[in-house]
Design a protein around this ligand. Structure first.
Ligand code: PML
Ligand code: MG
Length: 259
């Protein structure tokens, strides 16, 4: 589902479902598009496509660690440190955070999809800098969703932002050539974000931007040759992944501690 207003992105959502759940999922998405904090949609599009069950891979959710910070500058410093832990140079990490903060699309707003950033040089690699790359065709099995929601409940984190972002980050981080992902929400009233990688898991950060700020989005850090890039993009956008195993959900690593 994609909702927009005068060409500006309002919200989007993806599901990978058995056919008999399509109707209820579409209604849920429509309700969401109609009541989004970014404002009323003028155009809501649904794209439904059959995916052969034989092509669907299964997988395990990334472990989630919840880092509570006192302020968004502290959150961004933590994100920077986590990116450096997975080998992203300081200048590349800093620059990527700066791009998301100032609006990654040429218009100075948030992009519809994610930036692709060369993990070593910081060069932007996506062919369309307004659209970017949209990770798609991933979801949780009903059982996995239920178990995850129960665990998130205990941390007071059971909301659709966390469930969907953790699902998306799991697919992104399992892609060949992806080193890490950085994200914070583009919704003005949702201030959290994360850094994710295969080794770090999903490192949730409670504050990544000031309240009311709409600029946010995603950066996928890539280490692969230019020739391999089209395959990576196709994999992110098209390879179906249905996650059927849950990871660990842990409490705070950083609670109001200066990092
Ligand atoms: C979004 O939904 O706009 C992205 C949210 C990223 C953070 C989700 C979380 O709270 O872990
Ligand atoms: Mg959003």
């Amino acid at each position: 589902m994609r909702a927009e207003c005068h060409g500006q992105h309002i919200s989007g959502a993806e599901r990978l479902l058995p056919g008999n759940e399509l109707e209820s999922a579409a209604i849920e998405m429509l309700q969401r598009a109609l009541r989004h904090p970014r404002g009323a949609a003028q155009k809501i599009s649904f794209h439904v496509e059959a995916v052969s069950a034989r092509c669907v891979k299964s997988g395990k959710l990334l472990d989630l660690s919840n880092n509570s910070v006192d302020s968004w500058p502290q959150g961004r410093r933590l994100a920077n440190r986590l990116l450096r832990k997975v080998g992203i140079p300081k200048a590349v990490a800093e620059h990527s955070i700066e791009i998301l903060a100032t609006g990654a699309a040429p218009s100075g707003q948030s992009m519809r999809g994610a930036m692709l950033i060369d993990a070593d040089s910081g060069e932007r690699l996506e062919s369309d800098p307004a659209r970017g790359v949209r990770a798609s065709r991933m979801d949780l099995t009903a059982g996995c969703r239920q178990r995850l929601c129960r665990l998130l409940e205990q941390l007071n984190l059971n909301n659709s932002h966390v469930v969907e972002a953790l699902t998306l980050a799991t697919k992104v981080c399992s892609a060949p050539g992806i080193v890490a992902e950085l994200c914070w929400s583009d919704d003005p009233d949702y201030l959290a974000g994360y850094v994710a990688s295969r080794t770090l898991g999903y490192q949730r950060i409670s504050h990544m931007k000031p309240a009311g700020e709409e600029r946010g989005g995603r950066a996928f850090f890539v280490r692969c040759s230019k020739e391999e890039l089209p395959n990576l993009v196709a994999w992110l956008e098209q390879a179906p992944l249905l996650i059927d195993q849950i990871g660990l959900v842990a409490g705070p690593l950083h609670r109001g501690k200066e990092v």
